[in-house]
Write a protein that binds this ligand. Structure first.
Ligand SMILES: Nc1ncnc2c1ncn2[C@@H]1O[C@H](COP(=O)(O)OP(=O)(O)OP(=O)(O)O)[C@@H](O)[C@H]1O
Length: 443
């Protein structure tokens, strides 16, 4: 494991959880560190952005990395049934509605957005906890969306999930050894007498005492339990890990340690992450590439610098304006908060055209009539907005009309030929639409 060079204080192996279990106290003492070995960051009660600075450096983008997972036009519609004896389907929750993206080999894509926008559903689709309504998820030559449960079994080894809540995701009746070792037995990967050594090795890798394999989850603190969940996800040497809010249930001082552990794991296991989180500071640190979701759609996707520095979608701009930025505040340059009006509409009956339009200050007639395509507007930047532009520089007229063959009100122009062929691919093209010149351009 990589030793954290900036850690200010190394804390002795802690057994806070064990002590608490002995006294029957589930309210654990404050966790200075939850790790047995490495990964401590001796900093407490700071915001994540600051803590992270004292831990690992932010992950870097490898623009040449091939895609390990390619998701194309993925959809998940949950049926809504009437009450009564004959339960007819009366509608659908459009939890995920036609999203496309790539996860690079050994890299990480962050998925952010408000609660209910479809992040967890996306993660559960990729790990095939749900079977999608439509679309494809190409992984190692297989379409995970189409394979049968039987065909999926060997593929599950490669695509694993870390769950949000370390309190409910571990079976309290099983020892850590059983929890971490179970996948090895189910998939028959090592002989029975090799399971325990492998479990102990994994516990050590995630910073837990390998001798604690025969303890139960309630004997560990929250951060330690999440390490158990991480060890379990790593057992089969996956190629893709879906981390669904992996630190949001943890104490702030522990979050950075667990994120740093995930970074170590990514480097050493060369595993790719789909990192789902609503905390934009954590995503900024962990993910060189970020997709922003709103009501089942990706509204903006791009590299970290672009998404955080020059977001072009009004929703991304509003989300980012709500992030407390300690450094900015210190120099008196705190961002003005953009308040979104109203609630997120129901995914059963989403707004026509652009789904964000009911809460968008720039919305015009075209937004209700025509859905904006996820248009590539930079080398690694796509946005779905008719009025895409930097904060304070949104255009007065829609930028998409010529591409879509409509006028400024969204009415089809007779004889116009829409040129939207390149608008929905999962990755990036070598050329893109220049918002200023409204021409295709490239490197
Ligand atoms: N099994 C299900 N049946 C019906 N609707 C569902 C189901 N799972 C999720 N939904 C709905 O799908 C939408 C997307 O939910 P999802 O949990 O994916 O969002 P999320 O962005 O992960 O939110 P959160 O951060 O709160 O988990 C929500 O409206 C949710 O109510």
């Amino acid at each position: 494991m990589t030793q954290d060079p900036n850690a200010e204080a190394r804390i002795a192996p802690t057994e806070v959880g064990a002590n608490a279990a002995e006294t029957g106290d589930r309210q654990l003492a404050p966790e200075a560190s939850d790790a047995y070995g490495t990964h401590e960051v001796g900093i407490e009660n700071l915001d994540f952005a600051t803590v992270a600075e004292h831990g690992h450096t932010a992950a870097e983008l490898d623009p040449d990395a091939p895609a390990v997972l390619t998701v194309d036009n993925l959809k998940m519609y949950f049926p809504v049934r009437s009450s009564g004896l004959v339960r007819r389907t009366i509608g659908h929750v459009q939890a995920v509605d036609g999203i496309s993206f790539e996860v690079p080999k050994g890299g990480s894509l962050g998925l952010v957005g408000e609660s209910g926008c479809g992040k967890s559903t996306t993660g559960r689709l990729i790990t095939r906890l749900y079977k999608p309504t439509g679309g494809s998820m190409m992984f190692g030559g297989h379409d995970l969306a189409k394979v049968s449960n039987k065909e999926m079994k060997p593929l599950r080894r490669d695509v694993q999930m870390i769950f949000q809540d370390p309190y409910t995701s571990l079976n309290p009746r099983h020892t850590v050894g059983t929890i971490v070792g179970a996948p090895l037995e189910v998939h028959n990967v090592v002989p029975k007498n090799k399971v325990l050594p492998r479990v102990q090795e994994l516990l050590e890798i995630v910073g837990l005492n390998p001798e604690h394999y025969n303890r139960y989850p309630n004997e560990f603190s929250g951060g330690q339990r999440q390490r158990i969940g991480i060890a379990r996800a790593l057992t089969l040497n996956p190629k893709v890990l879906v981390a669904d809010e992996p630190v949001s249930a943890l104490d702030v001082s522990i979050q950075a340690q667990v994120v740093n552990l995930l970074q170590d794991i990514q480097t050493e296991f060369d595993v790719a992450f789909l990192f789902i989180a609503h905390d934009l500071a954590i995503v900024r640190h962990f993910c060189p590439e970020i997709a922003v979701m709103y009501l089942g759609k990706i509204v903006e996707i791009g590299d970290r610098e672009t998404i955080y520095g020059k977001p072009h979608h009004p929703y991304t701009q509003a989300l980012l304006s709500a992030v407390p930025d300690v450094k900015q505040a210190a120099v008196g340059g705190r961002r003005e908060r953009i308040r979104l009006e109203g609630d997120v509409p129901s995914p059963i009956n989403p707004p026509s055209g652009c789904r964000f339009r009911t809460r968008c200050q720039f919305a015009q007639e075209i937004c209700a009539k025509v859905e904006p395509p996820l248009l590539q507007i930079g080398k690694r930047h796509k946005v779905a907005c008719h009025f895409a532009g930097e904060l304070g520089a949104h255009p007065a007229t829609p930028v998409t009309t010529e591409l879509l063959g409509v006028d400024d009100q969204g009415t089809p122009v007779p004889g116009a030929t829409p040129t939207n062929t390149q608008l929905t691919i999962p990755g990036y093209e070598k050329t893109w639409f220049d918002l200023r010149t409204k021409q295709t351009t490239g490197v």
